[in-house]
Design a protein around this ligand. Structure first.
Ligand code: U2P
Length: 255
């Protein structure tokens, strides 16, 4: 009898945590090098506003857990048993992953009016390069907002303004150029020199992700900087991640 009464209470409190609290530990602020996005065998498509500048572009600002399973997962395991706990955890952290929350409010679609004053800056700094959509970068922003922004505890405008502000505060293209790491079709740079340049230039360690160019060589694709929960300050990344960099060197292809 006690269990019958307690179970719905436990479940409803766990589910309300997952849908409302949006507890996460830090943001990944992810920027991509357009020459590497476009330089694979798949290629890319420019947005309807034209070819973006040869500058890192924003991919997203992603709420993240420092550990893949939170306390509610452990509590659920202890109280409910593995199967129920797994279902609750998966509801709490999204459909595909258990390391970050996603799609926290599908009813909260991005409203153009809410970010109208940021359009120009977003077009410059957060352009789409995907060939899948209409070519309108707004589609990309909407997708990122729906998947990640709705879990950020930020209003729509604040979410996008914060991402733009973090990018502007630490210009990765300039930081790398200052260390002699400039776009080139032939030059290869050591992965450690890229990491060090970013750590020196921003004051914080980042994670790097490589992809493979059409020539099969590793290229610097994305930089994951870590940002506090208010989306204001860089922090050292609490997690390191697999770089997918083959070997010790990377290219930074011309865009
Ligand atoms: O890494 C492949 C895709 O997984 C999503 N991702 C990855 C790491 C992370 O911390 N959070 C996260 O969401 C990204 O999906 P997207 O936002 O592009 O759909 C990433 O591209």
């Amino acid at each position: 009898m006690k269990l019958v009464v307690a179970l719905p209470l436990v479940l409803s409190s766990l589910l309300s945590v997952s849908s409302m609290a949006k507890d996460f530990d830090f943001f990944y602020f992810v920027q991509q090098w357009p020459g590497s996005f476009c330089g694979t065998s798949q290629g890319c498509c420019f947005p309807d506003t034209g070819k973006p500048a040869a500058d890192f572009g924003i991919h997203g600002l992603w709420p993240n857990y420092a550990r893949c399973q939170g306390r509610q997962g452990l509590a659920a395991r202890a109280m409910l048993g593995e199967d129920v706990a797994a279902a609750v955890i998966s509801a709490a952290v999204g459909r595909r992953g258990k390391c970050w929350p996603e799609y926290c409010d599908d009813g909260n679609a991005l409203r153009p009016w809410a970010i109208r004053d940021l359009f120009k800056s977003l077009e410059q700094n957060w352009p789409t390069l995907s060939c899948k959509g209409s070519g309108r970068s707004f589609e990309f922003w909407s997708y990122e907002w729906k998947k990640h922004g709705t879990c950020s505890n930020l209003e729509q405008r604040d979410y996008f303004a914060s991402a733009l502000a973090v990018k502007a505060a630490h210009n990765l293209t300039e930081i790398l150029a200052g260390a002699g790491i400039v776009p080139s079709e032939s030059e290869r740079y050591s992965v450690s020199s890229v990491s060090e340049a970013i750590a020196q230039g921003t004051g914080f360690k980042a994670n790097l992700e490589c992809n493979r160019g059409a020539d099969g060589e590793a290229q610097l694709f994305q930089v994951y900087q870590c940002v506090d929960k208010e989306a204001k300050q860089l922090i050292d990344c609490p997690l390191s991640m697999p770089t997918k960099c083959r070997g010790d060197t990377v290219k930074l292809p011309v865009f």
